[in-house]
Design a protein around this ligand. Structure first.
Ligand SMILES: Nc1ncnc2c1ncn2[C@@H]1O[C@H](COP(=O)(O)OP(=O)(O)OP(=O)(O)O)[C@@H](O)[C@H]1O
Ligand SMILES: [Mg+2]
Length: 578
């Protein structure tokens, strides 16, 4: 896993190596300076040799400067390497997510993907920076300090030999236990992000339903839970600090007792003892640092797992080998198609669908909510793959067609369609990046969007807010239809795309379609029968099965469901209520 992440270090490998190299220099200086101090005290101060003190002082100053330089360089390279790694990881993740199919996205959920791209990458970045700086610094400093202690005074240095195994044991215990809690903590982060995202995206609904208090309460609960898990994890993490301190000061006390004894007996000099204290503190600092790094590494392991999970995720919808790029015509055929959403209860939401649509036909699709209308049409541009049977476009199984070619030719206005922040023009160019102003205007005319766009002060250069919040529901739908038309597709699918458009405009859009794009196959999902009444054929879906196919007259005469819906909609004459 670590190898997998490190594969993304790329051009920053150089910095990753240079940082610990400079660190060696800094540590060497850190350890030598107290050593010189011992000489300075023993030979200079104790003997009153002022020149010696100056000489040693200058040497120490030079060492400090070298140490400073090495430390700065090491820090700079570590920062470059870790931010570089984070950038590369984010790029790779983002690119990976773009290849995901609807099914992959269903599996991860958007908010979890957001956490992975932000919090998790941050966590990797921080611990990576810490590791390349300190994982070299701390053990090195500990070893240097230990060696120097032995060189200086083997009898006192050996006290460490008892202390270090105890500390190692403490650290082992921490690492073993913290991982579980951090994993839980990150899961809770997902929930928190989920709640925040849902609330903020739908803040208008929250306000309309006066749900603020309930939402706050819900959020507080998640925040509370996150705190609990973080607390449990942190508690374990904090544990080694005081323990280490106790052990090291124990070492210092024993050293003082023994050292004092040696000095009184004239077996040791005072300077050596003060320097030994410095080394003891350095060993303690190193150990605390090591335990901190290890905890951080453990913590980021949870993040690493979550990142690698995304990087390793295979898209469920891919081009086959040698895909066919040419889509002959806009004919569609469903052959014994069944479909179940994965991850749900795996129940078939479409069962044994057989349906033939000729190129250029206009087909209406009717059915109650949840009757799988959207599911049915999403199989045509391969937003999902069938579980059983096959869908053919232009006489070829969609799984054998090139995905880009297929989706260029099958233009779909999704039920939950979105506009993106930018201008009307920039949104339109999603349909065709090279569309001329003339083409954009024409598409907008067909979708009856021109009338309100001309009313805007800036016309086609009017700003669209993120999610299209500054246009009305009906306006948004008309813009989405225009955008889909700009692809000049062979098949156009409108999934409940005129539900917010008034009946008159709806009729005008349909007649424009009939006159201007007669050769495009048009699939229209609607709740209002009037939207599909004049179609070449109407498909009635009921609980994932086809309950009838025919023209309005045929169905009205022979299909019970259709007749019921028609009568109920016509009775009140108030179709908009349907
Ligand atoms: N992404 C999904 N994951 C799991 N189940 C889903 C998913 N989308 C839809 N379903 C289920 O599939 C069934 C059919 O849903 P679908 O959206 O196709 O209905 P619909 O006819 O378009 O309804 P509506 O008229 O409300 O748009 C429903 O039972 C729904 O719960
Ligand atoms: Mg639907």
């Amino acid at each position: 896993m670590v190898k997998k992440l490190m594969g993304h270090i790329g051009e920053y490998k150089k910095n990753m190596i240079l940082s610990p190299v400079f660190m060696i220099g800094e540590v060497a200086m850190d350890v030598f300076i107290p050593y010189l101090m011992a000489f300075l005290i023993n030979n200079g101060i104790q003997k009153g040799d002022y020149d010696y003190v100056i000489k040693m002082g200058v040497m120490m100053l030079v060492m400090v400067l070298i140490g400073l330089f090495c430390g700065t360089m090491s820090g700079t390279h570590a920062a470059i390497a870790s931010t570089g790694l984070a950038r590369n990881l984010r790029r790779a993740l983002f690119a990976r997510v773009q290849t995901f199919s609807f099914e992959n996205i269903d599996k991860f959920s958007s908010s979890s993907l957001i956490t992975r791209l932000t919090t998790d990458v941050n966590s990797i970045q921080n611990s990576f920076q810490m590791v390349i700086r300190s994982l070299v610094r701390a053990p090195l400093m500990m070893i240097f300090a230990l060696v120097m202690s032995f060189v200086l005074e083997p009898r006192l240095g050996s006290v460490f030999l008892i202390a270090i195994p105890i500390m190692a044991l403490v650290m082992f215990f921490v690492i073993k236990n913290a991982h579980v809690y951090f994993k839980k903590m990150f899961k809770e982060y997902d929930h928190l992000n989920n709640d925040v995202q849902e609330n903020l995206l739908n803040i208008r609904t929250v306000k309309a339903y006066v749900r603020e208090d309930r939402e706050i309460e819900k959020f507080n609960k998640v925040a509370e839970k996150l705190m609990d898990f973080s607390k449990s994890a942190e508690k374990i993490v904090i544990l080694p600090m005081p323990l280490m301190t106790v052990i090291v000061f124990g070492v210092i006390i024993i050293d003082s007792l023994l050292g004092g004894h040696f000095i009184v007996n004239g077996e040791m000099e005072i300077g050596n003892l003060t320097t030994l204290f410095t080394y003891a503190l350095q060993v303690m600092m190193s150990l605390i640092m090591i335990s901190m790094i290890l905890v951080m590494v453990v913590m980021s392991m949870a993040s690493a797992e979550r990142i690698v999970e995304v990087l390793d995720e295979k898209t469920t919808i891919e081009n086959c080998e040698n895909p066919i790029k040419e889509i002959k015509d806009g004919s569609i055929r469903f052959e014994d198609v069944s479909f179940a959403y994965k991850g749900g209860d795996d129940k078939d939401v479409l069962e044994h669908i057989n349906l033939e649509i000729a190129s250029g036909e206009t087909v209406g699709i009717l059915g109650g909510t949840g009757s799988s209308k959207s599911t049915l049409v999403q199989l045509i541009p391969r937003l999902y793959d069938v579980s059983h049977g096959a869908v053919y476009v232009g006489g070829v199984d969609v799984r054998e067609l090139d995905l880009t070619a297929l989706r260029d030719q099958v233009s779909m206005v999704l039920q939950k369609n979105e506009l993106f922040s930018g201008t009307i023009n920039s949104n339109m160019r999603w349909g065709d990046a090279n569309a001329t102003e003339e083409e954009i205007r024409h598409a907008c005319e067909l979708a009856r969007a021109d009338e309100f766009i001309d009313g805007f002060e800036l016309g086609y250069e009017s700003k669209i807010e993120q999610g299209g919040t500054n246009v009305s529901g009906g306006q948004k739908q008309r813009l989405c239809i225009a955008r889909a038309l700009l692809k000049k597709p062979k098949i156009l699918i409108l999934d409940d795309s005129t539900s917010a458009v008034d009946m008159k405009t709806d009729a005008m859009i349909r007649s424009a379609f009939a006159n201007e794009i007669p050769n495009t196959t048009k699939l229209i999902i609607a709740q209002r029968i009037s939207s599909v009444q004049d179609a070449d054929k109407i498909v009635v879906l009921d609980e994932g099965k086809i309950a009838g196919v025919g023209t309005h007259e045929e169905l009205y005469a022979g299909n019970k469901i259709y007749k019921e819906v028609y009568d109920s909609q016509m009775k009140g004459g108030d179709d908009d209520a349907a």
